[in-house]
Design a protein around this ligand. Structure first.
Ligand SMILES: Nc1ncnc2c1ncn2[C@@H]1O[C@H](COP(=O)(O)OP(=O)(O)O)[C@@H](O)[C@H]1O
Ligand SMILES: Cc1ncc(COP(=O)(O)O)c(N)n1
Length: 269
């Protein structure tokens, strides 16, 4: 049986983040990818040049079209932009009783453009987080969601506990924005134990879409039946390969290499 994964996210015209990163990652991990578009962004490696949200109705219709016919073994949310979109997404996740829900609480693009309105953070916490099996904030996102300042590993653990108390079952606080220059450490909390997944930090400016790609790989693995722990292990491995095997695309913060993981796996055989 072919496994199916859905991304509810924004379009990145530059192809490195958003639904483009998600669908590429789903394909690489051999799950059938589907999308419900929340917004179109005019974006390239230099930044975000325009944001055009869909209506909440258009978002709801896309999700319903998938739910009524095809179904999804797992899904992720990315850029949701406003509270109305968040609300219809939450309503429809409940309607179809989807359980493998990964929330990547995308807030700000690497160049500083807002991808979630400030007033929508409350809706995200109230409606969507209680439906999430996994949430994957970066450090600034975890700070906004918890109101905590995150500097140390203990701060990361406190933030993870605070997110758990908002109803999320599993939390991954990503370390890409850490001050550590030698390693990038992601903290995983399943409500009982803390685990740290550490990799060598690659010195590069080409990290556009790393968060999207990481959460898409996690979603693909959940769709195939992996445990959350195993899905995090594969997602970390996938993003490390994608950052390491660099592409030189565009003049600014370039995308990662979505086929690097498969290329490496093939070379090992
Ligand atoms: N320079 C880097 N070298 C290795 N891993 C990185 C690097 N930057 C980010 N990562 C990894 O990429 C994933 C996304 O992290 P992060 O950049 O924090 O997310 P976001 O894109 O949401 O800001 C995490 O697994 C993180 O550890
Ligand atoms: C449409 C869209 N969605 C998400 C991101 C975040 O990207 P990143 O993974 O680099 O934080 C983005 N830049 N554009």
């Amino acid at each position: 049986m072919i496994k199916k994964a859905l991304t509810i996210a924004g379009s990145d015209s530059g192809g490195g983040a958003g639904i483009q990163a998600d669908l590429k990652t789903f394909q690489e991990l051999e799950v059938f990818g589907m999308s419900a578009l929340t917004a179109v962004t005019a974006q390239n490696t230099l930044g975000v040049h325009g944001v055009y949200p869909m209506t909440a109705e258009a978002v709801a219709k896309q999700i319903q079209a998938i739910g009524d016919d095809i179904g999804a073994d797992a899904l992720k949310t990315g850029m949701l932009f406003n509270a109305e979109i968040i609300q219809v997404v939450a309503e429809n996740l409940q309607k179809f009783a989807w359980e493998n829900v990964v929330v990547d609480p995308v807030m700000i693009a690497k160049g500083g453009a807002p991808l979630l309105l400030e007033e929508a953070v409350t809706a995200l916490k109230k409606y969507l987080l209680p439906l999430a099996k996994v949430i994957t904030p970066n450090i600034p996102e975890a700070e906004v969601l918890t109101g905590l300042v995150i500097r140390t590993i203990e701060d990361k653990k406190d933030a993870a506990k605070s997110l758990f108390n908002l109803g999320v079952k599993n939390i991954v606080i990503k370390g890409g924005h850490d001050d550590d220059t030698s390693e990038s450490a992601d903290l995983f909390f399943d409500g009982k134990e803390f685990y740290t997944f550490t990799s060598k930090r690659i010195p590069t400016k080409n990290t556009h879409g790393t968060g999207c790609t990481f959460s898409a790989a996690l979603t693909a693995e959940l769709a195939k039946g992996a445990t959350v722990y195993d899905a995090v292990v594969t997602a970390k491995d996938f993003i490390q390969a994608a950052i390491e095997d660099q592409l030189e695309i565009g003049q600014g913060h370039g995308p990662t290499n979505h086929w690097a993981y498969r290329k490496r796996e093939l070379a090992r055989k």
